[in-house]
Design a protein around this ligand. Structure first.
Ligand SMILES: C[S@@+](CC[C@H](N)C(=O)[O-])C[C@H]1O[C@@H](n2cnc3c(N)ncnc32)[C@H](O)[C@@H]1O
Length: 211
């Protein structure tokens, strides 16, 4: 069954149908089984003080992001603090988007790269390093996802570095459990839903017409 769901020719629609056929309360366990994520590496000494250890985002929140942020196969989804790559992998399988994970803990980067080879997906890569330093270099990103990897100065730096990207193309910033400091170039794309808030950039919005 696992092989059938993860076969190379599985389309986002088929993957979504398999996932949503599972009762909501069982979806996280089902996904861990599907991805073979039975042992998760311990957080290690490379996690800087003030940064948040690994914890997987719920399937429920990821489904809401796919739908409410309208993630498509033309998008590049960037997970800032990607852990073992679970969220990035789900987003790729659900939407066809290319995904890039940024992760500071080498053991988790290794686990994520193992996951990409187990799943045999091509449009999913993982970069090791501090997401606060790297985010602005991912200029092909169109959807940036943060499941509370950090706050404070690191979060301010990410927003500062995303602004130039938002001058080149509209971007969405999806935050779970993470209040975002306000920026004049970001607005809520929809009313927040529980722990999830989706923002969109406004820098390329057409100028309002005067009557
Ligand atoms: C709450 S987990 C979220 C994992 C993943 N995004 C998900 O939703 O399943 C936060 C992750 O961010 C990583 N992290 C924390 N600070 C980081 C930083 N400065 N740069 C890159 N990754 C970081 C942690 O190692 C951890 O894997």
């Amino acid at each position: 069954m696992r092989e059938r769901i993860l076969a190379a020719e599985v389309t986002p629609a088929v993957f979504r149908a398999a996932l949503t056929a599972v009762p909501p309360a069982d979806r996280d366990a089902w996904l861990d089984w599907l991805f073979g994520l039975d042992t998760i590496p311990e957080d290690g000494p490379h996690l800087p003080r003030g940064c948040v250890p690994y914890m997987p985002c719920s399937v429920d929140a990821l489904l809401r992001i796919a739908d409410d942020a309208d993630v498509r196969d033309s998008d590049v989804f960037v997970d800032l603090g990607s852990g073992v790559g679970r969220a990035a992998a789900v987003m790729h399988l659900l939407t066809g988007a290319a995904t890039i994970g940024l992760e500071i803990q080498p053991e988790l980067v290794r686990a994520a790269r193992n996951l990409t080879s187990r799943l045999n997906v091509m449009r999913f890569s993982v970069i090791e390093g501090d997401a606060a330093r790297l985010a602005g270099h991912i200029t092909i990103g169109s959807v940036f996802f943060l499941y509370c990897p950090f706050s404070g100065d690191r979060l301010e730096k990410v927003l500062e570095d995303l602004e130039p990207i938002a001058r080149t193309r509209p971007i969405r910033v999806c935050c779970v459990d993470l209040p975002l400091p306000p920026r004049p170039w970001l607005t809520l794309a929809a009313a927040p839903s529980g722990d999830l808030a989706i923002y969109r950039s406004t820098l390329l919005d057409p100028a309002p017409t005067t009557p």
